[in-house]
Design a protein around this ligand. Structure first.
Ligand code: SAM
Length: 384
């Protein structure tokens, strides 16, 4: 495909997304219908689509319309390219520009791709970092790996990755965290990944596990395990017995295979079998995802105040339910990939006001300005 034809493909995919499809669905459907597209084309179209979704407001302004064409045109203008060279109408290129394609220079929340209703709570949470963080969320997220210490040292993992041409740099957020600097697309077929030496995991997620006080012999519950990313990290950090649970059992489907590849043991529990008396419970609760909008830009535009309030209720309920199955003297770990106080500091304050005999020795925010996703972690310790 020519670079111009890739723009046309991105326009088509974005139109489907604007009509209600998820990005993944729309890209998959386009891929199936476009057998002629090679892997480079698919990657390029995907990048164009996700760039446009991250910058939906500003690109729509620059491109003169909230449409596939407007977004892609806005992206061309944002990159400082001459649109006339790209919108040529020749071959599979997008149609030539007309007066209808005039755009305007975005300012304020528009320029920052911030939904208006979220500007105030985000400013309250981020203070002087607000603009910088919103700008960071307009760019693609770096790729991070976690070295699986159950199978390899950091040096061994780096050497194995290098054999597959994948270059990485150590990341200060966690001693297991590597930022991929070259050939990220090779990871899933690399020997280091297939052999369980490394897992894909954001560095802030790894920092959350590093902040979790795990010691050999403990019983640990990952209450909202999803696909088990953090359960795997906990199982590799100390000789602990890890139980994974999620309200949606389908999300835990891959945990046995992932645990086998990583060389660790994880017991998957349905809600009825969750048990009690855990030394450590991690609640990596469902949240707005505002710290990871780079990876899920549709989440930024789909969030509403009603949905945020519903999430807050779920988060408080999860904390209260987990608290009663924690052993005396145990630690409840609360984590979100949100930057909003309502889901972070306010939840901890709410928990402490509802429950007595608890301490809160740690609260820590991770900012996208540190390179990884925005995250929040709090430790709640129950008196013995
Ligand atoms: C942020 S995700 C967890 C991600 C996962 N810990 C990881 O590292 O990949 C939140 C998870 O909470 C689950 N969940 C939602 N409501 C729940 C509830 N009431 N009890 C337990 N899990 C719940 C969701 O199904 C989702 O998988």
């Amino acid at each position: 495909m020519t670079p111009q034809a890739r723009l046309s493909a991105a326009i088509d995919v974005l139109d489907r997304i604007l009509a209600g499809s998820t990005a993944e669905q729309a890209l998959t459907n386009w891929g199936r219908a476009s057998r002629f597209a090679g892997s480079g084309d698919r990657a390029a179209v995907r990048d164009l689509v996700f760039d446009a979704l991250r910058c939906k407001r500003s690109y729509a302004a620059l491109g003169g319309a909230l449409s596939g064409r407007g977004l892609v045109l806005g992206g061309v203008r944002a990159r400082g390219l001459d649109p006339a060279e790209w919108f040529t109408g020749e071959g599979h290129a997008p149609a030539v520009l007309s007066d209808a394609d005039a755009g305007l220079t975005p300012i304020g929340n528009l320029a920052l791709d911030c939904p208006d209703w979220l500007a105030e709570p985000l400013q309250a949470a981020l203070g002087a970092d607000f603009e910088g963080v919103m700008q960071a969320l307009q760019r693609r997220a770096p790729v991070f790996l976690r070295v699986n210490l159950a199978k390899a040292s950091v040096e061994t993992a780096l050497a194995a990755l290098a054999e597959d041409g994948i270059a990485c740099a150590l990341n200060p957020l966690a001693k297991t965290a590597l930022e991929v600097t070259e050939n990220a697309r090779k990871i899933q077929n690399s020997q280091a990944y297939l052999g369980g030496l490394v897992e894909l995991q954001d560095a802030a997620s790894q920092a959350v596990i590093a902040a979790t006080p795990l010691t050999d012999g403990q019983s640990v519950l990952d209450y909202c395990s999803g696909g088990g990313g953090k359960a795997l990290a906990m199982a590799a950090q100390a000789r602990v017995s890890v139980v994974a649970h999620d309200a949606d059992p389908r999300r835990m489907r891959d945990i046995p295979a992932r645990a086998a590849r990583a060389g660790v043991k994880i017991t998957v529990a349905q809600t009825a079998d969750i048990g009690t008396g855990y030394d450590v419970i991690l609640t990596d609760v469902p949240c707005s995802g505002s710290g990871s909008w780079r990876r899920d830009p549709q989440g930024k535009w789909a969030l509403t105040s009603a949905r945020l309030e519903a999430l807050r209720q779920i988060q408080a309920d999860i904390l209260d339910k987990a608290a009663v199955i924690l052993a005396p003297g145990g630690t409840l770990v609360y984590a979100t990939c949100s930057m909003l106080r309502a889901e972070n500091e306010d939840q901890i304050a709410g928990f402490l006001s509802r429950n007595h005999g608890w301490q809160n020795p740690l609260q820590r925010r991770f900012s996208p300005l540190e390179g990884a996703d925005g995250f929040f972690v709090a430790l709640l310790t129950r008196e013995a």
